[in-house]
Design a protein around this ligand. Sequence first.
Ligand SMILES: [Zn+2]
Length: 83
Amino acid sequence: MCDDDLITVCAACQQATCWQGEFYCEAYKTANIKQMRRGDLAKLALEHPCYWLTDEELANKRRTERRRRCFTTTVKSLNVSWS
Ligand SMILES: [Zn+2]
């Protein structure tokens, strides 16, 4: 984990929680995604740093949560929201 890690965020609101489907901004349906450095996100301080995960960290997190079986509902709602 370092300031140069690239974090995928919503291009409209620059928040990872939006891209990850935790909290959507008003533009999420049409907004693109982009990658920002963790250090730049820290300067903006739009959300808690615990959401700034690289794609690899995100994949690991999802694998872990799926094992715990608590992620299934979230995945289903995600699929609906993004279709
Ligand atoms: Zn957004």
